[in-house]
Design a protein around this ligand. Structure first.
Ligand code: C5P
Length: 231
């Protein structure tokens, strides 16, 4: 898969989402549908955006017992999205079950990614609240190796850890990185962040939400991202 910029469609409903997408009259951006929009509108919003010609990353971050995740993935497989994901914290067994559920009868399967640690989690909170007695780097590396062991093609991680993931799992192992901010932009609640330009060294895809969706001119912000990341 070629490198690309994915816009996080973190909107509360279909109307706001479609009016945002209507601004993109040229190239159809790769988009991410997350919990907010999916829970508000259901699977129909995925079908509708797909029918408009966008590639879709369905970001529902599944995390449950293996059997439940497998069955949920089987349902999601019918939506035929380009990418979907789960939490690596659910264990290798859960990731294997998810892949099985997502794989169709003809053996094909969308790109299934594992979230390592959320980009909003700091090392301090991970250690003090979650009692993970390791560094952020070691945790992300181990989770990525677990995802690879489960047969997954890549992970969602901070751009700060993408290089480490590539070193641990190989250059072909995909890194999808949220936590992207322009050098002159707002950080918001994200902690482990990087600019699109710096992210290009080790990220295959960057996921960008508010720097584009909350910009005065979202199309210009998207184009700036594409230029910095792919240019
Ligand atoms: O607005 P912002 O650019 O921070 O949006 C980032 C998007 O990426 C959000 O939709 C968020 O849920 C998602 N995400 C993340 N960190 C992860 C995985 C997904 O920020 N580790």
């Amino acid at each position: 898969m070629a490198k690309d910029v994915i816009i996080a469609l973190d909107f509360e409903n279909k109307e706001k989402t479609l009016s945002f997408l209507d601004r993109f009259t040229g190239r159809k951006p790769f988009v991410k549908i997350g919990m907010e929009l999916y829970y508000a509108e259901g699977p129909e919003i995925v079908r509708e955006i797909k029918a408009r010609g966008h590639k879709i990353f369905l970001d529902l971050k599944l995390h449950d017992i293996p059997n439940t995740v497998k069955k949920a993935m089987k349902v999601l497989s019918k939506l035929d999205v380009d990418m979907t994901n789960l939490h690596a914290a659910g264990t290798i067994a859960m990731m294997e079950a998810a892949k099985e559920g997502l794989t169709k009868e003809d053996g094909t399967c969308g790109v299934l990614l594992a979230v390592t640690q959320l980009t909003s989690t700091s090392e301090e909170r991970m250690q003090q609240e979650l009692l993970i007695n390791a560094t952020m780097e070691d945790t992300v590396k181990k989770y990525a190796q677990n995802a690879k062991a489960a047969g997954l093609p890549g992970v969602v991680c901070s751009p700060l850890e993408a290089k480490l993931v590539k070193e641990a799992c190989g250059d072909d192992f995909l890194t999808i990185t949220p936590g992207i901010r322009f050098a002159d932009g707002d950080v918001g609640d994200q902690v482990r962040i990087m600019t699109p330009e710096k992210a290009k060294a080790a990220s295959d895809y960057i996921v960008v939400g508010r720097p584009i969706t909350a910009a005065a001119d979202p199309v210009a912000a998207y184009e700036r991202c594409v230029k910095e990341f792919l240019g």
